[in-house]
Write a protein that binds this ligand. Structure first.
Ligand code: CP
Length: 308
C-alpha cells in the first residue's frame, strides 16, 4: 500500500483498511517479541499544539518499538518558535529537514491538511481542531471492533457524546460508512448532535443512520457502544442542565446489564465521568484493549508511510 500523508479518514479505501489491519496484526507479533530495529535510521518528529497522553506517547512508543528515534515538542504553542509567531508552514518545512515523518496535533481544523501541502516528509494527523479529524484514533477504533467482533459489516454501532465537535466520532463515522449494512445511531443532546455535513456524506453513500437523544431504545440492540465526553461549557444555553444530561449519558453497571452478549463498549479516552469505574472489569469494556491496539496500528501506519 502506498500512503504519503494520513490526513483524514475519507482517504482510506476498504482494501487499504484490510491491508493496514493485516500489518497491524504483524506488528502485534513484533511487539510480543519486544520490537524490531528495522527503522533504526528513521526519525519521527511529534509536534503537538494541544495536550495529549495516548496519541503522542503511543506514537512515540510505536516509533521506538520500530527501532526509530523521536524528536518531540509537546506544547508547541509555548515551547517552540510558534510562540514567536512562526507559521505552521515554516515550522513544517524546517522539520522536514530534521525528521522522516511528522506526527502533528494542531489546534485548528484543517491544520494537518495545510501542513501536508508544504511538507517534504509524510504528515500524520494526530487530531486537528474542534470538529476536525483524528484519523489514527478512528483506525485503531475500527481495528479494535474488527478484532473483537470479527467483522464490521452489518454491525449496529451507537456513537454517543459531543458529536458536533468530536473529531474521533467524525473520523470513525467516515470509516464505518465504508462497510456494507452498517447501522449507525448518533446519540447526543440536540445541541451536540452530529453536524449535517457528515450526515449528508453518509446519506450520499447510502449508509443507514438515526439520531437519538438517549440510550433508552438502542442499548439492547447495539453491537458497539462508542462513548465520548460531554463538557458543560459545550451545552450553551442548556449548560444549567449539565448534571441531568451527564447522568443520562453515564454508563454504569445497570446500563451495561441491558447490553446484549458479545457487545462492546469503546471510548477514545480520556474519560471524565462518562463510564463508571465499576464497568472497567466487565467483559463488555474494551476501552483499555482499544488503547493498547493503538500501538500496533500506529506502528503499521509509520512503517507504511516510511516505506511509501
Ligand atoms: N484519544 C486521544 O486522542 O487521547 P489523547 O488526547 O490523550 O491523545
Amino acid at each position: 500500500m502506498k500512503l504519503r500523508h494520513v490526513v483524514e479518514s475519507q482517504q482510506f479505501t476498504l482494501p487499504m483498511l484490510m491491508e493496514l489491519f493485516q500489518i497491524a496484526g504483524q506488528m502485534e507479533k513484533v511487539l510480543a517479541r519486544g520490537g524490531t530495529q528495522d527503522y533504526q535510521s528513521k526519525i519521527m518528529a511529534s509536534l503537538f499544539y494541544e495536550p495529549s497522553t495516548r496519541t503522542r506517547l503511543s506514537f512515540e512508543s510505536a516509533m521506538l518499538r520500530l527501532g526509530g528515534k523521536i524528536l518531540s515538542t509537546e506544547n508547541a504553542r509555548t515551547f517552540s518558535s510558534v510562540a514567536s509567531g512562526e507559521s505552521l508552514a515554516d515550522t513544517i518545512r524546517v522539520l522536514g529537514d530534521f525528521a522522516d515523518v511528522i506526527v502533528l496535533r494542531h489546534d485548528e481544523v484543517g491544520g494537518a491538511k495545510r501542513a501536508a501541502a508544504v511538507s517534504s516528509v509524510p504528515v500524520v494527523n494526530a487530531g486537528d481542531g474542534k470538529g476536525g479529524q483524528h484519523p489514527t484514533q478512528a483506525l485503531l477504533d475500527l481495528y479494535t471492533i474488527y478484532k473483537e467482533r470479527g467483522a464490521i459489516e452489518g454491525l449496529k454501532i451507537a456513537i454517543a457524546g459531543d458529536l458536533a465537535v468530536g473529531r474521533t466520532a467524525r473520523s470513525l463515522s467516515y470509516l464505518l460508512g465504508k462497510f456494507d449494512r452498517v447501522m449507525i445511531y448518533f446519540v447526543a443532546p440536540d445541541v451536540l448532535q452530529m453536524k449535517s455535513d457528515l450526515l449528508d456524506h453518509l446519506a450520499e453513500h447510502d449508509v443507514w443512520f438515526a439520531l437519538e437523544s438517549d440510550f433508552s431504545k438502542i442499548l439492547p440492540e447495539v453491537d458497539v457502544l462508542y462513548q465520548t465526553r460531554i463538557e458543560r461549557e459545550r451545552l450553551g444555553d442548556r449548560a444549567d442542565q449539565y448534571d441531568e444530561i451527564a447522568r443520562s449519558y453515564f454508563i454504569d453497571a445497570a446500563k451495561v446489564a441491558r447490553m446484549k452478549e458479545g457487545s462492546i463498549i469503546l471510548h477514545p479516552l480520556p474519560r471524565l465521568n462518562e463510564i463508571a469505574p465499576e464497568v472497567d472489569g466487565d467483559a463488555h469494556a474494551a476501552y483499555f484493549r482499544q488503547t493498547r491496539n493503538g500501538i500496533a496500528v500506529r506502528m503499521a501506519l509509520l512503517a507504511t508511510v516510511l516505506e511509501s
